[in-house]
Design a protein. Sequence first.
Length: 79
Amino acid sequence: MKALFEKKAKDREFQGDLVLKWDVGREDKRKHVKFDDLWFEAFKIDKAQGKNTFLLDNIHGENLQLPIKGKYLKHYFQH
């Protein structure tokens, strides 16, 4: 199973970048309204764990305990 997942998983290129994290708990219908923002605030990539899993720090430098899959992250571009 792991080999099959690794074959289909896309490599994500995040190294110390600012990213937004998808709100998985509210993605289903009836858990949010049409124009709710489903992306959390900006986080900074602390380090990569494997090919597609990352540890994040919030803006204040506090480390999030759980690793996050790359498919739930996207680059954050400041104006």
